[in-house]
Write a protein that binds this ligand. Structure first.
Ligand code: ZN
Length: 114
């Protein structure tokens, strides 16, 4: 007999899972722990944060906890402003020039390779 785990899908509402359906990822940084499952109805992968309470509920329901470490760089303070739309646009525009750059590199100046 297996335990039924109730979880909720943002699209379908409450769904019932078995322990085998759920991945419990317990992080060395507790606030980054989460559990994941594929919604049995819409097949979307759902990830939700798992606090201590959720972790112990899932573990007692038979879900094995997988421990992972957050890479140290993820906890580093980031200097400077976050990337914005303009940065993305600049990047996209830059990508649009790479064909030209590549042809300049491939052939003599002024005679793009064909
Ligand atoms: Zn769903």
């Amino acid at each position: 007999m297996s335990t039924t785990i109730k979880a909720s899908c943002p699209t379908c509402g409450e769904v019932e899972l078995t322990p085998a359906d759920v991945s419990l990822m317990v992080c060395s940084t507790a606030t980054r722990s989460y559990y994941a499952f594929d919604c049995p109805t819409c097949v979307t992968e759902i990830r939700k944060p798992a606090d201590d309470h959720v972790v112990s509920l899932l573990v007692s329901g038979g879900v094995p906890a997988q421990v992972w470490d957050l890479p140290a760089e993820a906890l580093e303070a980031k200097a400077g402003p976050p990337l914005g739309y303009d940065d993305l646009l600049d990047f996209a525009l830059h990508l649009g020039t790479t064909d030209l750059l590549a042809s300049l590199a491939a052939g003599p100046a002024g005679q793009p390779a064909r």
